[in-house]
Design a protein around this ligand. Structure first.
Ligand code: IPM
Ligand code: MG
Length: 363
C-alpha cells in the first residue's frame, strides 16, 4: 500500500518532536507493509518568515494531496500579536477549516507507568481511559460577526458562538460511533442552562440517541464536566463537545495523564486527516532537546489506526511507549530512578524498544 504523508513541522518544539514521530513512522511503515511518500512543507511562523503567509497556498495544496498530515506545533512570541492581525494560530485554524477537519479526537489515557506523574492522587487517575471528541471547525472559533465593535461611543470586541444543526449532528454521530467502539458511554457536554446553541446541541443529541440503542447517553454542563473530570475521571468513556469547551477540557484531561507532552490527537474530516500533539510550540524550551516527543509518536499511532486502518499498530506503539516509560523520562515526567533523556534520545529509545520487543511483527 502506498501512502502520501505530508509533514508540517511548524514552530518552537514542533520540528524536534515531529522528527521523532517521523522516525517511528519510517521504522514501522515497512513492517506494516506501507510504502511512504513523504514530503514536508511550511506552516505557521516558519512559513510567515519565508513567504509572508502563515498558511501559504502551496502548503494548503500539498495538504489536499496527502493521505495524512503529521503536524508539529505553531506559534511563538515572535509572531504573537494582539491587534487582531494574522497569527500562526490563525494558519492552523484556516488549515482545519479548509480541510474540513471537523472531528478532533483527543484520547487521554493514563499509562500505568505514569500514574505517579499526575498531580492528582494515584487512586483517582489510575486506569483513566477517555476520549474527548471536540468539534473543530465551527462554534465561537469561527462564528461571524467577530472583531472590534463600537456601540454608542463605547469600544469593544466580540465573537459569536454559532452552530448549524448539521454541524452538531455530524459531530455527535462521531461521538456515538466512537462510544460504540469503546465502552458504550457517551457524555455530551454543553452549557444548555445558559446558551441557545447548547440547547439545540442537547436536543440533537437526545434525538440521535434512539439510533444508537447500544450507547448510553448522558449530558453535563461544561462547568460540571470540568469538575467531574478531576473528581472522578474514570466515570468517562467518550465525551463529545463543541470547539471551545473541547479545547479547554482536553487540556484539563491531559493533566490526568501526567503531562500535556503525552497527548496525541487526530483531526478528521470526510476527505482529510491531520495528526498532531495537543501541546503547543512551547517556545521556552524550543531547540533545547527537552521536549517530550511521545505525543507526536502517539499521533503517528493514531495515523495508523484512523488513516491506514491498522489499529493493531497503534496498540503496539501504545504498549511500547508504556514499557519505554518504565526506563526513560523526558524532563516533564521525570521521577527519581528513571534515566533522564532528551527529545532525540527518547525517539531513539522508542525505536530500540520497538525492535527489542518485536512489538510489530514484520508484514
Ligand atoms: C489546540 C490549540 C489551538 C486551539 C490553538 C493553537 C489555535 O490550543 O489545538 O488545542 O485553540 O485549537
Ligand atoms: Mg488547546
Amino acid at each position: 500500500m502506498n501512502k502520501k504523508v505530508l509533514v508540517m513541522h511548524g514552530d518552537g518544539i514542533g520540528p524536534e518532536v515531529t522528527r521523532q514521530g517521523l522516525k517511528v513512522l519510517n521504522a514501522v511503515a515497512p513492517q506494516a507493509g506501507l510504502v511512504l511518500d513523504l514530503e514536508d512543507t511550511l506552516i505557521g511562523g516558519a512559513a510567515y518568515d519565508e513567504t509572508g503567509s502563515f498558511l501559504p497556498s502551496e502548503s494548503l495544496n500539498k495538504a489536499k494531496q496527502a493521505d495524512a498530515i503529521l503536524f508539529g506545533a505553531v506559534g511563538g512570541p515572535k509572531w504573537a500579536k494582539l491587534d487582531g492581525s494574522e497569527t500562526p494560530e490563525k494558519g492552523l485554524l484556516n488549515l482545519r477549516k479548509e480541510l474540513d477537519l471537523f472531528a478532533n479526537l483527543r484520547p487521554a489515557t493514563v499509562f500505568s507507568e505514569l500514574v505517579e506523574a499526575s498531580t492528582l492522587k494515584q487512586e483517582v487517575v489510575e486506569g483513566t481511559d477517555l476520549m474527548v471528541i471536540r468539534e473543530l471547525t465551527g462554534g465561537i472559533y469561527f462564528g461571524e460577526p467577530r472583531g472590534s465593535i463600537e456601540v454608542q461611543g463605547r469600544k469593544g470586541s466580540r465573537n459569536t458562538m454559532v452552530y448549524m444543526e448539521d454541524e452538531v449532528e455530524r459531530i455527535i454521530r462521531v461521538g456515538f460511533d466512537m462510544a460504540g467502539k469503546r465502552r458504550n458511554k457517551l457524555t455530551s457536554v454543553d452549557k444548555s442552562n445558559v446558551l441557545d446553541v447548547s440547547k439545540m446541541w442537547r436536543s440533537i443529541a437526545e434525538r440521535l440517541a434512539s439510533e444508537y440503542p447500544g450507547v448510553e447517553l448522558d449530558h453535563l454542563y461544561v462547568d460540571a464536566a470540568a469538575m467531574e473530570l478531576i473528581r472522578d475521571p474514570r466515570q468517562f468513556d467518550t465525551i463529545v463537545t463543541g470547539n471551545l469547551f473541547g479545547d479547554i477540557l482536553s487540556d484539563e484531561a491531559s493533566m490526568l495523564t501526567g503531562s500535556i507532552g503525552m497527548l496525541p490527537s487526530a483531526s478528521i474530516g470526510s476527505e482529510f486527516a491531520l495528526y498532531e500533539p495537543i501541546h503547543g510550540s512551547a517556545p521556552d524550551i524550543a531547540g533545547q532537546d527537552k521536549a517530550n516527543p511521545l505525543a507526536s509518536i502517539l499521533s503517528v499511532g493514531m495515523m495508523f489506526r484512523y488513516t491506514f486502518g491498522m489499529p493493531q499498530i497503534d496498540e503496539a506503539i501504545h504498549s511500547t511507549v508504556n514499557s519505554l516509560l518504565s526506563k526513560y523520562r523526558t524532563p516533564d515526567i521525570m521521577v527519581p530512578g528513571k534515566k533522564p533523556v532528551g527529545c532525540e534520545e527518547m525517539g531513539d529509545m522508542m525505536l530500540q524498544e520497538l525492535e527489542q520487543t518485536q512489538a510489530i511483527p514484520a508484514a
